[in-house]
Design a protein around this ligand. Structure first.
Ligand code: MN
Length: 448
């Protein structure tokens, strides 16, 4: 299916008349074209759908309104005039591909349709410094997985040294139902949660601010067309139900988590906030960076048939470089740049996106356009690729040294966590995900 294949929109030679898109290290060259939702700063206007091109956003509602997207049909024009991406997500892979092709042509250096229309360009092309980004979609449901075997093994060995990896791990992508209402877009502050924490596993607990606040480096993915209740999405079809990817920080209060997680899994330790990047990079933009699924070590079971497809094994992985950066209050006061804490790659995930979708719906559970699924913490085999502070500082036993002389076992108030991601190599143009940022604010006062 063409949506998953490389076509002329991926050509590394393409250049845009938006100059900043042609800079070698740009996150948003013409080969990327990620979707988001914006409004002009201070304009008190209704949010609109856009794509990123260089250091600008292109207002798709303005494009649709002016007739530039008429060739794509009424359903697409209507979808581009919505306030969020859900309707566009529901249209499916063929429509997304047609839109991408049209936008790619419109932005090419030799195309004058928009470039030479000064009035429309002034209206539709807005500098990123002049916009606020909003939630890309209305997220009906949010599910978070646990698809990195390295993360699962690290965390398991801290909490269950004799039994780090439970027997189900290699048979199904473990997940839990997260909280959609507290998913926030990059830049929104995150308040340290209050909760019950206990000095040891048998209690008793005290109620107060979490002292072991952590981040989790994850990739989020948005569902396109959903499925009817009772009708599973087969593994072979799963890729066509995924619209695109974003960066996701699954903020986690480890002390609250430890006391509450048995027997039903994470609850308040996770539901106080989840941050996502504002840009959704489409699966089609990622086509040049698809790689084989994680190679299971000898002796691991093969996935059961409903989680196995030859195509998914060959193309289910994504070569996506991911980084975590930290900026403490003191670093900002002293004008010191953020410090990189870790670097990992999405290729190290034990389960593919298609397997997560197939598993999620295998019991008949329905997914809907705009549903958000999280991959789970992306950790690799190396220490430097551990995707949470819990792992990097090994439960506080090996605190991290910051360049200011500060140390971190867990997050302090005023810390800003910055996730970054990009794909490069494979004879393709580098594409970036932008950033997912969040600053930790002090907990509310405890009232008795
Ligand atoms: Mn998580």
């Amino acid at each position: 299916m063409s949506y998953h294949e490389i076509n002329s929109t991926h050509s590394p030679d393409l250049r845009s008349w938006v100059d900043s898109a042609n800079a070698p290290g740009a996150d948003f060259p013409i080969q990327n074209l990620p979707f988001g939702v914006f409004s002009r700063k201070g304009a008190n206007e209704i949010p609109r759908i856009c794509i990123a091109i260089g250091d600008h956003v292109l207002d798709l509602a303005a494009c649709a309104h002016s007739g530039l997207l008429d060739s794509l049909g009424e359903a697409m024009v209507d979808a581009c005039e919505e306030m969020q991406l859900n309707r566009l997500m529901s249209l499916g892979a063929k429509s997304w591909s047609e839109l991408r092709s049209r936008l790619s042509v419109l932005l090419r250096e030799d195309n004058g349709e928009l470039r030479d229309d000064a009035g429309l360009r002034a209206h539709a092309l807005v500098s990123m410094t002049d916009v606020d980004m909003h939630m890309p979609a209305a997220i009906g449901d949010y599910t978070d997985f646990y698809a990195s075997i390295h993360h699962a093994t690290n965390v398991g060995s801290m909490f269950r040294p004799d039994n780090p990896l439970l027997p189900n791990y290699k048979y199904l992508p473990v997940g839990y139902h997260g909280r959609a209402s507290s998913v926030v877009v990059s830049g929104a502050p995150v308040r340290r949660p209050l909760g019950q924490v206990a000095a040891n596993d048998s209690g008793p607990p005290v109620f107060g601010p979490s002292r072991l606040l952590d981040y989790e480096l994850e990739v989020g993915f948005f569902i396109g067309p959903g499925n009817e209740l009772g009708e599973p999405i087969r593994i072979h079809a799963a890729a066509d139900h995924i619209f695109g990817l974003c960066l996701l920080n699954d903020w986690s209060a480890r002390d609250i988590q430890r006391w509450e997680y048995q027997p039903l899994g994470p609850f308040l330790a996770k539901s106080f906030a989840t941050s996502i990047s504002p840009w959704v990079v489409t699966m089609q933009a990622l086509a040049p960076f698809r790689i084989p699924a994680f190679a299971r070590p000898e002796g691991d079971p093969q996935p059961l048939a409903h989680l196995y497809s030859e195509t998914d094994q060959q193309r289910g992985g994504i070569d996506l470089q991911l980084e975590v950066w930290l900026s403490s209050e003191r670093m900002r006061a002293e004008a010191i740049s953020p410090q990189m804490l870790s670097r990992g790659n999405f290729r190290d995930m034990y389960w593919t996106l298609a397997q997560m979708v197939a598993h999620h719906t295998s019991n008949g559970c329905n997914l809907r356009p705009g549903d958000l699924l999280g991959s789970g913490t992306v950790s690799g085999a190396e220490n430097a690729s551990r995707g949470s502070l819990l792992e990097l500082a090994w439960r506080g036993s090996e605190p991290l040294a910051l360049i200011t002389g500060e140390t971190r076992s867990f997050l302090e108030d005023g810390d800003e966590v910055i996730l970054r991601g990009y794909c490069s190599g494979n004879a393709a143009r580098r594409i970036g995900f932008g950033e997912c940022r969040g600053i930790v604010k002090p907990a509310p006062a405890v009232r008795q």
